[in-house]
Design a protein around this ligand. Structure first.
Ligand SMILES: C[S@@+](CC[C@H](N)C(=O)[O-])C[C@H]1O[C@@H](n2cnc3c(N)ncnc32)[C@H](O)[C@@H]1O
Length: 173
């Protein structure tokens, strides 16, 4: 989803969903397949004319806005594959595997997104990702700060309400 709301003409990309995620299908339905809200009167999506939905894998549908995004917000699949059978029933039974499975250590999608950030974001652009918690967040902060220190600054983990390092955020230099 690419939003050009009250951002002074700048673009923000949020991975609202993808693949077969039910939220994405609901949003798709609400906004219309061209990203326009065909039923705005009934829809709960406000300012839908400032939102465009693009379908595809991660940054693939965003080639034309490369280097122009002021923000990237994502909650990608991050559960390690071996942990999937132990999830609470309300998650494990109803969410598709595609929405949860982050590969062996849960980092497959997060690392892919991190790699795409340096070309997707404009200078000064921000990013924030949700992670599986402390261990993943700490790894990503360290990884981005060391491997891409010339591209990113102020990378840090952010706590959730349970004091778990749930998010990683930072800025494009
Ligand atoms: C943890 S869910 C988050 C859903 C929603 N963003 C939210 O915050 O409630 C992860 C989402 O990533 C989507 N996804 C998985 N692989 C993807 C890919 N290659 N490109 C884009 N989205 C993908 C899944 O379909 C799923 O909807």
């Amino acid at each position: 989803m690419v939003a050009n709301g009250d951002l002074d003409g700048k673009l923000c990309w949020t991975q609202a969903t993808g693949g077969d995620g039910w939220r994405g299908e609901a949003l798709w339905e609400a906004l219309g397949s061209d990203g326009r809200d065909e039923r705005r009167e009934e829809s709960r999506v406000e300012d839908a004319d400032k939102v465009e939905i693009r379908r595809g894998s991660w940054f693939e549908p965003l080639e034309d806005v490369k280097g122009k995004l002021m923000g990237v917000i994502s909650n990608p699949p991050y559960i390690p594959t071996d942990d999937l059978p132990g999830l609470q029933p309300e998650v494990g039974w109803h969410e598709p595997k595609l929405a949860l499975d982050g590969g062996k250590d849960g980092l497959d999608h997060l690392l892919h997104l991190c790699e795409g950030l340096s070309s997707a974001l404009m200078p000064g652009g921000f990013f924030v990702f949700e992670t599986n918690g402390n261990k993943q967040s700490e790894f990503l902060v360290d990884f981005i700060s060391t491997k891409w220190s010339s591209s990113f600054c102020d990378v840090e983990a952010v706590l959730d309400f349970a004091d778990i390092k749930r998010f990683v955020r930072g800025y494009r230099r």
